[in-house]
Ligand binder design. Structure first.
Ligand SMILES: Cc1cc2nc3c(=O)[nH]c(=O)nc-3n(C[C@H](O)[C@H](O)[C@H](O)COP(=O)(O)OP(=O)(O)OC[C@H]3O[C@@H](n4cnc5c(N)ncnc54)[C@H](O)[C@@H]3O)c2cc1C
Length: 503
């Protein structure tokens, strides 16, 4: 923290300062504005304006809609059993969740956008991740806002832009809080802009909504234990909020959720792209397998793992699939799979949605770039990806024999997906562990107050969204965006209600 005495002058001031402009920051700004339309609200975003929106913009835009408070509570309690969420927080969250749909519909109306049931890009009315824990009772349906992609984010952005007293400044990462070293009361923030360090006073308080640490490999290694993990969302989420809140005296939580909780997905990583491509979720043909460091397969590749955020049930426990602990991975496929499947999804991820990289439908452009390696035989393919030809040939042979038998004794792939890798030429693409989100951050309460090590609120300091998310262990689809709304709204409403600081 920087002490008030170290600030010689304030370069700017606002009633409410919000760090991070994703859904949590936007929801906080809208709520603070509507609670006090005279308040001066300043949103500080690290990324340039063209890259605003954080993971909220790159995400799948699924929203969990629930109508049954008790069922929702019980479901979340079961998902978080190994690291319980405080009961009072769980109850208040479930009540707010069950009252959230009209708020979302109102935002869509205000922005002139269309709210729909379903995810928009999948035929399912609802994704029920863990039915035996109570998903069916808790989840009324999934919802989203058009257009696809990014409709929910675009709606919140439009609602912010309609409120002229919400200022937004880009390329303005906050780097520290200005705090009383004894009481920890927060008076403002330090920002780095165009090579200068500026002090910005927050008369009523500060809301930290800087997202996760997907793009911080060092934190992934030290806080969660992934040795190799790459972001599917914004490159801007480097865990700045965690560092700043640690320094501010906050207690930390939820750094070790399963896959932290969005899971570890198969991604593709290439030079000049700081984030990774998300592999296709819906394949039309299945003449492909994944192999790990030993050259052997390691899971049922074609199961719909996206429906459980890449968690599998082992010994009665839902745990991450092994994608982050099998060494170097490749996807191997034949000409049929190349021709009939675009290898990446276009409805979410930073590269597809924000950079709008137009991956060729038959993958030929990516073969030409050398991103996908091509060869006329499996042995030659193995050599080109620096693998032992005999091992890879044996793996493909075993898989093709399983296809012929209609039974995958190794990993139980469904019979209809057992299509041999038999149509030359053959292809390989390296697969990397890809991170959807990280929920860890400062411990907070349902009013979004940041808590210190005695679990007491740090005065005038709030937190919202994925940074310090309330969810622990497992995660139900559509919960992060809705929690970003709920925690952002609480932070915005509570901070704007405070009398200006006298310090
Ligand atoms: C591919 C993908 C699919 C997903 N699908 C879904 C889904 O369908 N449903 C769902 O509920 N969730 C989904 N999620 C998760 C969800 O998108 C996020 O949890 C949610 O958007 C987090 O919102 P947020 O506002 O907390 O953070 P973000 O939207 O990530 O915003 C954080 C912002 O803070 C900025 N920032 C970082 N550091 C600083 C700093 N020092 N100063 C100022 N600004 C800073 C970042 O640049 C960023 O713009 C998905 C995520 C991904 C990546």
């Amino acid at each position: 923290m920087a002490s008030p005495g170290s600030v010689t002058r304030w370069d700017d001031e606002a009633d409410v300062v919000i760090a991070g402009y994703g859904i949590a920051g936007a929801a906080a700004a809208i709520e603070a504005h509507d609670a006090d339309p005279k308040a001066d609200i300043l949103v500080l975003e690290k990324m340039p304006e063209c890259y605003q929106g954080g993971n909220s913009r790159a995400s799948g835009q699924s929203l969990l809609i629930s109508k049954d408070v008790e069922a929702l509570k019980s479901y979340q309690r079961a998902m978080s059993e190994s690291n319980p969420i405080p009961e009072d927080m769980l109850s208040a969250w479930a009540e707010r969740m069950c009252a959230l749909e009209p708020y979302i519909q109102e935002r869509a109306r205000e922005a002139g956008a269309q709210y729909i049931h379903g995810a928009g890009w999948s035929e399912r009315a609802a994704i029920l991740e863990f039915p035996e824990l109570g998903a069916r009772e808790a989840v009324a349906h999934t919802a989203t806002i058009l257009p696809i992609p990014s409709g929910v984010w675009l709606t919140f952005k439009a609602c912010v832009e309609k409120r002229s007293r919400i200022r937004r400044e880009f390329e303005s990462p906050i780097v520290d809080l200005v705090q009383d070293p004894d009481t920890l009361e927060v008076f403002g923030v330090l920002v780095e802009r165009a090579g200068r360090r500026l002090a910005i006073r927050a008369r009523r308080g500060v809301i930290m909504a800087t997202g996760g640490f997907e793009n911080n490999l060092d934190m992934q290694r030290n806080y969660f234990g992934l040795s190799n993990a790459w972001p599917l969302g914004t490159p801007g989420n480097t865990g700045d909020g965690i560092r700043i809140l640690q320094k501010a005296g906050a207690d930390l939580w939820h750094l070790r959720n399963q896959g932290q909780s969005g899971g570890v997905w198969p991604g593709f990583r290439f030079p000049d792209h700081p984030t990774v491509f998300l592999r296709q979720l819906f394949f039309q043909s299945f003449s492909w397998i994944d192999i790990g460091g030993t050259g052997a397969r390691f899971c049922d590749e074609t199961s719909e793992w996206q429906l459980t955020h890449y968690k599998q049930k082992v010994h009665g426990e839902w745990i991450d699939l092994p994608h982050q602990r099998v060494g170097r991975m490749h996807m191997l496929f034949d000409e049929n799979t190349r021709l009939y499947n675009n290898l990446v999804t276009k409805v979410m991820s930073w590269n597809a949605v924000v950079h709008q990289y137009d991956w060729s439908d038959d993958n030929s452009a990516e073969v030409a770039k050398g991103w996908i390696v091509k060869a006329d035989s499996i042995a030659e393919l193995a050599r080109r990806i620096d693998r032992d030809p005999a091992v890879i040939e044996a793996t493909v042979r075993r898989y093709n024999e399983a296809c012929a038998a209609g039974h995958d004794a190794e990993y139980g792939r469904r019979a209809e997906t057992l299509q041999p890798i038999a149509a030359p030429p053959y292809y390989a693409i390296e697969v990397v562990p890809a991170i959807v989100c990280t929920g860890g951050g400062a411990r907070r309460n349902i009013e979004s107050e940041v808590l210190d090590h005695q679990h007491k609120p740090i005065p005038r300091l709030y937190e919202a969204g994925e940074l310090g998310s309330m969810f622990s262990n497992l995660y139900q689809n559509g919960s992060y965006l809705t929690e970003a709304m709920i925690s952002g709204r609480a932070a915005g409403a509570n901070v704007v209600r405070l009398a200006p600081a006298t310090g």
